[in-house]
Write a protein that binds this ligand. Structure first.
Ligand code: B1M
Length: 233
């Protein structure tokens, strides 16, 4: 029996368990991550804290080693899969706040980009805050966004990009909206690790959201402004 097999997650204190989750995420151990998430919930941890402190914390380590060439795509895919296992347990709990519906958002990762963990997290947090979310998934060409805007009639269009090579595609979507005369009908929020405020302004988005919590606050703020301006018009 290896040393790993000896670890009983339920016997670790909170700090040790979170450290172990970092290791298990790194090793792509989905079942262990799911078990640890359940243990932390049983111990009274808030779903949001588990998400940010344990899962996102662990993914940050994976990201650094991926950047430094210590981990490669297959390992990172396993880590992402383990993270998704944990997120699936938290999703209904985050969405369960009973908040009244505050608005609707269509969101998707842009064309050429298959990263979806951050986008999924934003969707979960937005649902938890009372937004209805239509998730278009990954690798979306401009037509997907435009069709969804027409059929779903959201308040917000959200776009995610994790690659410096795909983030310019957000401008393609916004420029097409301008050409079609529909840009100002929607609040356009963008996010993803390589973006920043300046980029968001340069492509004509309404706001850049650094993380899922900021996305929720920004969305509430902009939807509130939109409704107020409609009332006074
Ligand atoms: Co990718 N990858 N990857 N990858 N990957 C990065 C992004 C990278 C920074 C890694 C690195 O080198 N350090 C690097 C990009 C470098 C660059 O562009 N400058 C990179 C690369 C190079 C690649 C490939 C090209 C590798 C290759 O094939 N050689 C390839 C590209 C594939 C493609 O898309 N065409 C690739 C592939 C993959 C995997 C498939 C293995 C996997 C994705 C699995 C999946 O998503 N299902 C993967 C992963 C997991 C990562 C890292 C390690 C982690 C990303 C992540 O999930 N973070 C990443 C390194 C990193 O970011 N540190 C990396 C956790 C997540 C919670 O954070 O996504 O930032 P994040 O989302 C945050 C905020 O950004 C914000 O809120 C979220 C929650 O707080 N946010 C929004 C995000 N979207 C938003 C939308 C909004 C609002 C806020 O709308 C309103």
């Amino acid at each position: 029996m290896s040393e790993e097999d000896d670890i009983i997650l339920a016997e670790l204190d909170d700090e040790e368990l979170v450290q172990q989750m970092f290791d298990d995420l790194y090793d792509g151990l989905k079942e262990e991550i799911e078990e640890a998430v359940t243990i932390l919930l049983d111990r009274g941890w808030a779903p949001y804290d588990i998400l940010t402190k344990a899962l996102v914390g662990g993914m940050t380590i994976v990201g650094a080693d991926f950047r430094d060439g210590i981990l490669f795509v297959p390992e990172v895919l396993l880590a992402a899969n383990a993270m998704k296992g944990g997120m699936a347990i938290l999703k209904p709990l985050l969405a369960e706040t009973g908040a009244p519906r505050v608005g609707k958002m269509v969101i998707g990762t842009v064309k050429g980009d298959i990263h979806d963990i951050g986008k999924n997290l934003v969707s979960m947090m937005m649902e938890g805050a009372g937004f209805e979310v239509v998730d278009l998934g990954i690798n979306n060409p401009v037509e997907n966004y435009l069709n969804a805007l027409e059929t779903e009639g959201p308040d917000i269009l959200g776009m995610s990009a994790l690659l410096t090579t795909t983030m310019p595609y957000m401008k393609v979507v916004i420029d097409t909206m301008v050409e079609q005369g529909i840009r100002d009908d929607y609040i356009v929020l963008v996010g993803g690790a390589p973006l920043n405020e300046e980029f968001s302004r340069a492509i004509g988005a309404d706001a850049y959201c650094r993380d899922a919590a900021v996305a929720v606050e920004t969305a509430k703020d902009w939807v509130g402004r939109k409704h107020n301006s409609q009332k006074s018009a």
